[in-house]
Design a protein around this ligand. Structure first.
Ligand SMILES: [Zn+2]
Length: 108
C-alpha cells in the first residue's frame, strides 16, 4: 500500500492530504475530515495504510457530493460507498485500469 498522496483533486479543487495525530483528541472517533474552505483532507496518522486509504476515499466521496451541490447527503451512504469502492477496486484489478486516451478515441 502506498503512502498518502500530497494532494487529491476533487471536483476541480486540489485538496492537500495531511496525516495528523490529533483527530481523535476529545474522543471524536474521527478517522478523517474534509475541510472544504481550507482545501484540506485530514487523516488520522495512527491507522493502518489500508484504513488510511479507505478514509481518503471516504472524504473524497464527501467532497464529490459537496461539489455537486449535495452537501446534505447522509453519512451512512458515504460509509457504504467508501467500503464498497475499496472492495470493488481491491477485488477487480480491471476496474483500476481505465482505457488509455488512444483506446477511448478508437471506440468512437
Ligand atoms: Zn464521513
Amino acid at each position: 500500500m502506498s503512502e498518502l498522496p500530497s494532494t487529491i483533486r476533487i471536483g476541480g479543487v486540489d485538496y492537500a492530504v495531511v496525516a495528523r495525530k490529533d483527530l481523535r483528541d476529545g474522543n471524536t472517533g474521527l478517522n478523517g475530515h474534509i475541510l472544504y474552505n481550507d482545501c484540506e483532507i485530514r487523516v488520522e496518522a495512527e491507522m493502518t495504510p489500508l484504513i488510511k486509504w479507505v478514509t481518503v476515499w471516504h472524504e473524497a466521496l464527501h467532497g464529490l457530493l459537496e461539489h455537486a451541490g449535495m452537501g446534505d447527503h447522509e453519512e451512512k451512504m458515504i460509509i457504504a460507498l467508501g467500503y464498497g469502492v475499496t472492495q470493488a477496486l481491491r477485488d477487480n484489478p480491471w476496474l483500476r485500469q481505465p482505457p488509455t486516451a488512444d483506446e477511448v478515441s478508437a471506440d468512437e
